[in-house]
Design a protein around this ligand. Sequence first.
Ligand code: 4AD
Ligand code: MG
Length: 469
Amino acid sequence: MEKDHLESTRQRLSVKQALAAAGEITNVALRGWVRTVRTGKGVTFLALNDGTCMASIQVVIDSGHPDFQAISATGTGAGVVVEGDLVASPAEGQRWEVKATQMKIVGDADHDYPLQKKRHSFEFLRTIAHLRPRSNTFGAVFRMRNALSFAVHKFFQERDFMYVQTPIITANDCEGAGEMFRVTTLDPRTPPLENGQVAWKDDFFGQKTGLTVSGQLQAELFATAFSKVYTFGPTFRAENSNTSRHVAEFWMIEPEIAFADLSDDCRLAEDFLRYLVTHTLDNCGEDLAFFNDRIEKGLIDKLEKIARAEFHILPYTEAISILQKSGENFSFPVEWGLDLQSEHERYLTEKVFDGPVFVVDYPAKIKAFYMRLNDDEKTVAAMDLLVPRVGEIIGGSQREERHDILKMRMDAMGVPSEPLSWYLDIRRWGSCPHAGFGLGFERFLMYVTGMENIRDVIPFPRTPGNAQF
Ligand code: 4AD
Ligand code: MG
C-alpha cells in the first residue's frame, strides 16, 4: 500500500484490455477512477473506469484486507491503483472482475463530487466541462471523436491525399462574411493612428490579421502542386449566433482536388461520409450502442442505411420550387435568390428525401467570390450537403479557375484583389479546374452520435460569452 508504482511482476492492464481478456490472469494491476462503491456482507465492490471503454470493471475487496474500512469509504471519483487477479465474475453481465490483493487511493475525492447521480442534464454538465469527460455520455462522445479523427486521416492517406497544415493567422477572410476574430499586438487604448484610422501597417504583421475562417484558399495553392490535399484543423468564426449548431471555434476538414469538377466533388464527399459512417459502425460498437439506446433511437439503423444509400443531388432552383409548393408555413421567405434557412434545409432533407441531399448550383449573389460561375451566368457550381436533424454539414464548390472571370467576380462583390494577388496568380500559371469542400467535424459528430447540441461534441466549446475552460 505504500507505493503507487508497480511490482515488475505485475501486468498492467487497461480496463478495456482486462474486459477483453481471453482467460484469467494472475498478478494484474489497473488504475482508474471509482465510479461507484458498494459494500455488502464482508465485501466491497468498486466499479473502476479508466476511459479506455464505456464499461467499468468490478473490483472486489474482501473484509480481510487491512484497509477494508478506508477502502469502503472511498468517494466516487477517487483515483486508485488496484493490484490483484483477473478472475471470472459470478455476477451477471460481466465476464471478468478483479479480486484485489492491494489497493491504494492515490487521489481521494471529496464527498461533494458533482458526478454522483446517474443522470445529469447536458446543460449542467456543460458547467463542469472539467469533469464531464468522466460521465458515460461524454466518454462515448470523445472516444468517438477520437476514432473519427483517425478515420479522417486514414481515408485521405489511403487515397494519396497530402495533409497540409494551413495557417491559423491570416489576413484573408475567405468566406467574406466579416466574422474574423482580430489578431493584434496593438494596445487597444492607444493604437497608432493614420488619418483617424488604426494604422495596421504598424501592427505585428504589418497588416490587419485575424484567425482563419477556412483553410481553403491556401489549400487551393497546394492542390495545384500536389493534386490532392486536405486540411483538418481549427477554424474560427465570430458569429454571434447562439444556436445549437454554431460554435466560435470548430474543426473543419477541407479536401481540395485538382482537375476536378463539381460532380467529382460531390462524389468525394459522398465516399468520405460513407467511409466515416462505416468506420464508426465497425469500430465504435459499444459507444454507438449507448447512443442508439439513450440518445437517438434507431441511430444504428440510420447509419447502416447511410452506408448503403446514394445521396440525392438537387439543383437549388428545384429546391425552391419544392419548398414553394410544400404548403408549409415557413418563418423565412422562400424565393429564388434568397439563401435557404435551416427550416428549409431540414424540410428538404427530412420530409422530402429522408436522407442526405446535395443542393447544388446556388445563385451567384449569395455565395462566396471563389465559386465557379455556371454557363447561365446566374448560378455558381456550389454544393451544400444537408442531412436530417443537423441540416448543412458540408459546404463546397468547384472553384473559379478562369483568371478574368474570377477578377470580375471579386470586383463585383467588393473583394479587394490586391491582397489576394497570390490567389489570382495560380490562375495565370498552370490553372486547372479544381474543387473542394469543408466538412464541419462537430456537425458530423452530431449526426453520428445523435447529440443535439454542438456544445456537447467538442471538448471545450467556445460560444458568445463562454471560454472558461
Ligand atoms: O459552408 P462553409 O462556410 O464553407 C467553407 O468554409 C468553405 N471554405 C469550405 C471549402 O469549400 N473548403 O463551412 C463549411 C462547414 C459547414 O457546412 C458547417 O458544417 C461547418 O463548416 N461550420 C460550422 N460548424 C460549427 N460552427 C460554426 N459556426 C460553423 N460554420 C460553419
Ligand atoms: Mg456553408
